[in-house]
Design a protein around this ligand. Structure first.
Ligand SMILES: *Cc1c(COP(=O)(O)O)cnc(C)c1O
Ligand SMILES: [Zn+2]
Length: 408
């Protein structure tokens, strides 16, 4: 049954409950900043064998977490193997950082090569369940190429609003998948507003991050996987990059669900890493205030001047005893190289930013020898080759194909 274990949707700002069937995206009292949590009947989940259902599921993709998802899963819900990404041990990197138990959650191994696929699949299935065939999103690039990929696999239509400066590879991906593309002459934030209005006017389903509670539910599966991959335990600390705040909020929700179920004993400390040139959520944390400002970072996926899911991001850091960390573009470029050279994982700048945050803050955190630390690497370096080139030296001069030239 659809929604069978969902109890309600609850506003993160004022706590008002909405029945899931009503299809609310944000709170009518609080407006767009009143994003919603999907709450489940945790007692019923516990007593109905949800844990066995999950751990005994032969499938590795996100559908194994069906008991904890707000959508109906059936044979037609598995068009792509979304999720099931590796948690890669990084002993050499960990040794250098003084963290022997360090793991990288490698989300570059998703069908469209970013973590966004988790949200796109759950949101698209929710749209389909509501009888909608057109799904729209605003995006800095990855949510767009991800939605296009998932919709192509499900036989649905994707309508995409991206800033005109989005990386070409991400646009190529969505164009090849046949999505309807609108390049918006402006920043991500302008694309976001246009998409919201268009969905209202044309009745399209809105997948935009930060207004759609089902995106958080998709992204939380990353936390559920980490829990299983560590042997049914949470890490002690987890680092992730932050743009709109939805991934950080989603990871928190995953661990929070596990805590409600009594399947973990405490939350991991969550560290939200932002670029210095896109730091509105981090800078507003202490005073709980959002002051939008133009972005200057080259890490396009976390370049968000007017973040929407900030309440969930703040709560994640606050309730887990974590911190926000700011990193420069130079530190991100170093992290791209460092990650690749120590682990073989090629991250896009916004993906390697989590490691940049860990490298920067680890010396101040007195991380214990036995602590287990995870950095989430959110997207592949192949999605933004121009960005990757910033971390590379210039190409060497070509040499004649002679051993004598090589010896010189
Ligand atoms: C979207 C994205 C982020 C940031 O996620 P938010 O939910 O916007 O905070 C980080 N890294 C990559 C690769 C992304 O695509
Ligand atoms: Zn509210």
């Amino acid at each position: 049954m659809a929604y069978s274990r969902v109890e309600s949707l609850r506003c993160v700002a004022c706590g008002k409950d909405f029945p899931v069937e009503a299809g609310a995206m944000t709170c009518d009292r609080c407006g767009p900043s009143g994003t919603l949590d999907v709450l489940y009947d945790y007692d019923a989940l516990r007593s109905s064998g949800a844990r066995e259902q999950i751990t005994e599921c032969p499938e590795r993709s996100v559908v194994r977490y069906a008991p904890l998802l707000p959508i109906q899963i059936d044979e037609t819900s598995r068009p792509l193997p979304v999720g099931g990404t590796p948690l890669v041990a990084a002993p050499r990197l960990g040794k250098e950082l003084g963290i022997p138990r360090l793991w990288i959650k490698d989300e570059s191994r998703q069908p469209s090569a970013s973590l966004k696929d988790r949200a796109s699949l759950v949101a698209a299935l929710h749209a389909r369940q509501q009888g909608k065939t057109k799904v729209a999103t605003a995006s800095t690039g990855n949510a767009a190429s991800s939605l296009a990929t998932v919709c192509a696999a499900l036989g649905m239509e994707a309508v995409i609003f991206v800033p005109a400066a989005a990386p070409r590879a991400k646009l190529a991906q969505l164009q090849v998948c046949g999505a309807r593309l609108f390049l918006v002459d402006g920043a991500y934030d302008d694309a976001f507003d246009l998409c919201t209005e268009a969905c209202r006017r044309f009745g399209w389903y809105n997948r935009s991050t930060g207004v759609n509670p089902f995106c958080s539910e998709g992204k939380k599966t990353c936390a559920l996987e980490i829990w299983e991959q560590l042997g049914n335990r949470a890490p002690d600390r987890l680092f992730v990059s932050v743009g709109d705040g939805c991934i950080l909020g989603g990871l928190y929700k995953g661990f929070w669900d596990l805590l409600q179920l009594g399947w973990i004993e405490c939350l991991p400390r969550l560290y939200g890493v932002q670029a210095e040139g896109s730091s509105v959520i981090a800078e507003g944390f202490a005073g709980r205030e959002i002051v939008p400002k133009p972005c200057t970072t080259y890490a396009d996926s976390i370049s968000v001047g007017n973040p929407r899911d900030y309440r969930k991001a703040w709560r994640a850091v606050d309730a887990s005893g974590g911190e926000f960390v700011l990193v420069s573009d130079g530190e991100i470029q170093s992290a791209v190289r460092y990650l690749a050279r120590q682990t073989g994982i090629f991250g896009e700048p916004s993906g390697a930013a989590s490691l940049a945050g860990l490298v920067k803050t680890a010396p101040h955190q007195s991380i214990g020898e036995g602590e287990c630390v995870v950095a989430v690497m959110t997207g592949s370096g192949l999605k933004d080759v121009a960005g990757a080139l910033k971390a590379c030296e210039p190409l060497p001069e070509p040499i004649p194909p002679k051993l004598s030239a090589l010896s010189e």
